[in-house]
Design a binder for this molecule. Structure first.
Ligand SMILES: [Zn+2]
Length: 195
């Protein structure tokens, strides 16, 4: 009998937690008049970020996450407004919100390639670092960098991912290839799911 009562007491909590899906805020860097950097192939960064975020959203949803896009379509929220949008969004208990901001890199040295990870310097720096380190392991990136970036100044853990170098021809071509983008996306989400 005691066992049954205990089970009945625990059950509601178990089912509650399975409904509390993790909320992932996705920010596609730039947009509107600000198109970011221009790839050696001539494509704008904002265009790639937008494509990447749409596919990342779809993939996160297949993994049971709730995705909120910060700048869908042509709307161009300022960086301050993007952070405010995240902070004002109503999040349910247990949803463990996280912000992922997607950008592309650019370097003078055209040989530099690959991904780069950033976390902010605010009160969520440590929690952000834990998540970024998990993504880092999956992507095989050397380090997680720390920088006081406005878009990462939110009330939740936040990671900025530079998904490749548009100054590098191979990265630039790769980021225009759906299959190649899918490989990076799967690694990012695998990192998000690591505990
Ligand atoms: Zn950018």
């Amino acid at each position: 009998m005691k066992q049954i009562i205990l089970t009945l007491l625990i059950l509601p909590f178990i089912s509650f937690s399975s409904f509390a899906q993790q909320v992932v805020f996705l920010d596609a860097g730039h947009g509107g008049e600000d198109q970011g950097v221009i790839a050696v192939t001539g494509v704008n960064e904002a265009e790639i970020n937008q494509m990447f975020v749409q596919e990342l959203k779809t993939y996160c949803e297949t993994k049971g996450m709730t995705v909120v896009l910060l700048n869908q379509g042509k709307s161009n929220l300022s960086i301050v407004d993007r952070a405010a949008f995240v902070n004002n969004y109503e999040v349910a208990k247990g949803q463990n919100p996280i912000l992922i901001s997607i950008h592309c890199n650019y370097a003078k040295d055209e040989k530099i390639s690959g991904q780069e990870l950033y976390v902010g310097k605010g009160s969520n720096a440590e929690a952000s670092k834990r998540i970024a380190t998990n993504i880092q392991k999956m992507l095989g990136v050397q380090e997680v960098k720390q920088k006081a970036l406005q878009v990462l100044s939110v009330d939740y853990p936040a990671v900025l991912i530079e998904v490749g170098y548009l100054s590098n021809l191979q990265d630039a071509n790769s980021l225009m290839n759906e299959d190649d983008r899918a490989v990076i996306i799967q690694k990012i989400v695998a990192g998000l799911q690591l505990k």
